[in-house]
Design a protein around this ligand. Structure first.
Ligand SMILES: [Zn+2]
Length: 122
């Protein structure tokens, strides 16, 4: 069953691994963009390529930030799993539907509470 502890742990582990590899590839890409920016700044400040790189750098930083938040959420979900509170809504204390946990293994809220608190994605 999808609300089985072992399945939850496997789903969280898989999601954590893919998020980690995403962080690694984003970091590598960001590093090369920073290097390219450093190279082009010595030429011409108004280099159009420099602007493109600055935009890409902004996107990469934002994506990295989101991925790190996701990693934190996954770690918090592992903690809940250890403490036996995994799959319990943090607001109403009700059970989070297994289908929701399948889609979002690190979900903190049940569907009803998540709908009432749209700012909290998890
Ligand atoms: Zn709830």
């Amino acid at each position: 069953m999808s609300n089985d502890r072992t399945d939850a742990e496997a789903a969280l582990t898989a999601e954590r691994a893919s998020t980690l590899s995403l962080v690694e590839s984003l970091s590598a890409r960001l590093e090369s963009v920073i290097e390219a920016t450093a190279d082009s700044s010595s030429d011409d400040e108004h280099d159009p390529e420099g602007t493109t790189l600055a935009v890409e750098r902004g996107h990469l930083v934002a994506q990295l930030e989101r991925s790190r938040v996701r990693l934190d959420e996954l770690d918090a979900a592992f903690d809940r799993l250890r403490h036996g509170t995994y799959g319990v809504c943090e607001i109403c204390g009700g059970a989070i539907a297994p289908e929701r946990l399948d889609a979002l293994p690190a979900a903190r809220l049940c569907v009803g509470c998540a709908a009432r608190h749209p700012a909290r994605r998890w």
